[in-house]
Design a protein around this ligand. Sequence first.
Ligand SMILES: Cc1ncc(COP(=O)(O)O)c(C=O)c1O
Length: 459
Amino acid sequence: MNIQTHTNPAPDLQRDSLAANTSQAITGQAMTGRAILNHCLGDAAIHWPEAQGQLMMGGGEPLSDWLKAHATPAYLYNLEVISAQVHAVRAILPSAIRLHYAIKANPHPAIIAHLANSVDGFDCASLQEMQHVAKLVPALLCHTSMAGPAKSLAELEFSLENNVLINVESLGELERIQSLCQQTHPRARVALRINPPFELKGSGMKMGGGARPFGIDSEQIPAIIHLIQTDNTFREVIDLEGFHLYIGSQNRDAAAISAGLAASLNLIEQLCSDTGYTPRHLNLGGGFGVVYHPKDTPLDLTALQPALGEIATRAQSLWPNIRLNLELGRYLVASAGMYLARIVERKISRGKTYLLCDGGMHHHLALSGNLGQVLRRNWPIIGIDQLNRPHTDTVDMAGPLCTPLDVLGQGQPVPPLAPGDVIGVLQSGAYGLTASPNGFLSHPACEEYFFKRGLSHAP
Ligand SMILES: Cc1ncc(COP(=O)(O)O)c(C=O)c1O
């Protein structure tokens, strides 16, 4: 099966309809599912084809036909979308900046294996994420970093044994690494994660600035560099390769990301000039955001190009042997995933219409608004067989859990939907199943399916 063969309109036609659909979003006219998909996914929407309003699998089979033999709720991932996203990012990255995948966004082995030949390395946040890399892409272990506070002994030992770069988050962690190395290992590859005195404006989640559990406050960095350079017990075992900065996530403002990257480089330049240290490695984070709400403006990748070019040129002129990385998670994988749930019942409670669904918060915490959001906003939801119908109904959508937190939509515009119909929650490829309380209320495990020129069950 090849989903791209029969069902995609020619790219130009698709682009025209994309423009028309985006204008629907702007004028406030009820959007169709196709318009929502096109607006939220941008160029990647072309990889989710349709025929007569039905979302299609490969070979011209409607997804709803395929679902007759497969249970909902389920996650469906289109690996072609991930390739398209990597390609789009590569197109604006100067060749000097390497692209790493932050596995936390979606650690499924099928995704890591798919990315093996198209990214330059991986960023891990746990032992198991590193073990996935070791099993699936061992050649990239030396281009893998391990970040996160409160690293366990097992995580540190695995990093040391497998030549993984450790992004050190505190002086205490550096001391633990030093003592481990003295007992068992010759040398540790280390980057100091800096907590800068600024944050990334407009980020959905801020990870830098102020007091943080992540990173070492920038004002403490000179003393730590001095310690590594002058104290023999550190100098003998710690190989300080450079720095890591991660100041925020889910940002769609190219100017803010550009300013954040430039400020990060300025800070590193200042720290290096104060200490006389020459880094060989800089990981400047990323935080590229995606469209989760049909009326939001997408990140303009091309607007990032000048800042990225300047960063590469400046860093290379300061430190000619520098290795530069960005680590992206959601931007590469979010639009590849769709969470599928079936409507069990349409219920009216005191005048309010609810669609009660078989899937919910236990599989998709972010959709329910409980993964760090201050105010919950509706996600892009489509009826998989109603892509060409305007979303003229307004409903609340709830899942099967006995908690008011189990929300799929509130005042959510949908096409006319009835029990038995299947909805698809777009942008569900990142921070979905593994970022959710799967065990809550002991519902059955959720299946994950992958397709790339054909469909397969999760390995
Ligand atoms: C250190 C680090 N790197 C990368 C990421 C990936 O962020 P995103 O998936 O938004 O690209 C995160 C997210 O929290 C992070 O903390």
